[in-house]
Design a protein around this ligand. Structure first.
Ligand SMILES: *Cc1c(COP(=O)(O)O)cnc(C)c1O
Length: 377
């Protein structure tokens, strides 16, 4: 394999619920879940059943034909979003954002505004939207017309968006930047300003969507509706699945021939997606995410540990902020102790556990956390 990921620290072999085992038989509590992907944890019976049944029935159709799992999933997504709209299925977060960017071009305008620190994927269009210079610089020149403004800054938004702006894209919480939470009211102001100028408001819920913050989608907590929402990660419960959803007039931007992807709406992936949504609803996981997330945050705060300066985020997307740049060492110590956590910034540890994380695992993690900062001889 190419060296683009550097040297991985583990070979994982199997998983069950929030636990994974490496090739040497060591067990870990997986507080990262393949980067916020395995919403129901590993080997959830509902996903195993849905995928096994579907692959035995019809594994792929291509997009000249349609299949029932894709239709059902589109309906379910609009149902839980609570808004009329239309769905385009793809395979990843980057691809969902590529579709959103192409939709923005179909407004007839070319200016797109994104945020500094935002992460929207690694393909050329998505990378252009991504506001992290080290990831972009080696690949310039990127797609023209995209600018980046400070995240959470309403004045910058007012200044950047005008009647020539096609779209503003933002994450409700910047996940890859270290779980950055914008000031209260930011998404509402973004909705107002984009509407005033007739620009699309694209909300990238690839990481925050599908229950991770304790509601189906983050926009529902903000009490707004974006024009376009992008999804991936948790939606497939571990299978590659992404979606771009247009609400209202934005649902009509794509016409036949404008866009496509061979695996989009793959029945096996969509069957997995349906199992994810059904299980979140039937097992009351939205409430569970809120309560376990609060418990972890309160537990970490209550440690009053000298290495820890705070906790931010919502639901089960949490950033533990550190007083010094020791996250890599702490994550390595955590791994040795049987916990997979993510040193997303030198001074931030990210948690994105499965939505099914049990309280006992959450409590054990909080209790073990101080030991990750101890100097080992
Ligand atoms: C991970 C992520 C992406 C990219 O998703 P891929 O499936 O890796 O292409 C895009 N946006 C956000 C907010 C993400 O967290």
């Amino acid at each position: 394999m190419m060296d683009n990921y550097g040297t991985p620290s583990l070979v994982l072999e199997r998983g069950e619920g929030a636990h994974v085992w490496d090739a040497d038989g060591n067990r870990y509590v997986d507080l990262l879940t393949g980067l916020a992907v395995n919403a129901l944890g590993h080997a959830h019976p509902a996903i195993v059943e849905a995928v096994s049944t579907q692959i035995a029935k019809l594994g792929h159709t291509g997009n000249l034909y349609v299949n029932e799992p894709a239709l059902k999933l589109a309906e379910r997504l609009l149902d839980i979003a609570g808004e009329p709209g239309k769905v385009f299925f793809c395979n990843s977060g980057a691809e969902a954002n590529e579709a959103a960017l192409k939709m923005a071009r179909l407004t007839g305008r070319t200016k797109v505004v994104s945020t500094i620190g935002g992460f929207h994927g690694r393909t050329m269009g998505a990378l252009t939207l991504t506001g992290q210079e080290p990831k972009r610089a080696p690949f310039a020149p990127l797609v023209p017309g995209v600018s980046h403004i400070p995240f959470g800054d309403v004045a910058a938004l007012e200044a950047a968006i005008d009647d020539d702006t096609a779209a503003f894209i933002v994450e409700p919480i910047q996940g890859e930047q270290g779980v950055m939470v914008p000031p209260a009211g930011y998404l509402q102001e973004a909705r107002r300003i984009t509407a005033e100028h007739g620009a699309l408001f694209i909300l990238d819920e690839v990481q925050t969507g599908i229950g991770r913050l304790g509601t189906w989608f983050a926009f529902q907590q903000a009490g707004i509706v974006p024009d376009v929402m992008t999804l991936a990660k948790g939606i497939g419960g571990g299978l590659p699945l992404g979606a771009t959803i247009g609400f209202g007039a934005a649902a009509e931007l794509f016409k036949p021939g404008h866009h496509g992807t061979t695996y989009g709406g793959n029945p096996v992936c969509c069957a997995a997606g349906l199992a994810v949504l059904d299980t979140i609803a039937s097992e009351g996981l939205l409430e569970h995410v809120s309560s376990v997330g609060k418990e972890i945050a309160a537990g970490v705060e209550a440690l009053h540990h000298p290495a820890i300066s705070g906790v931010r985020g919502a639901g089960l997307l949490l950033g533990i902020t550190l007083r010094e740049a020791v996250s890599a060492k702490a994550a390595a110590a955590a791994q040795k102790a049987g916990y997979l956590i993510n040193p997303i910034q030198p001074d931030v540890l990210r948690l994105a556990p499965p939505l099914v994380l049990e309280e006992s695992d959450a409590q054990a993690f909080v209790a073990a956390l101080p030991t990750f900062f101890e100097e080992t001889p």
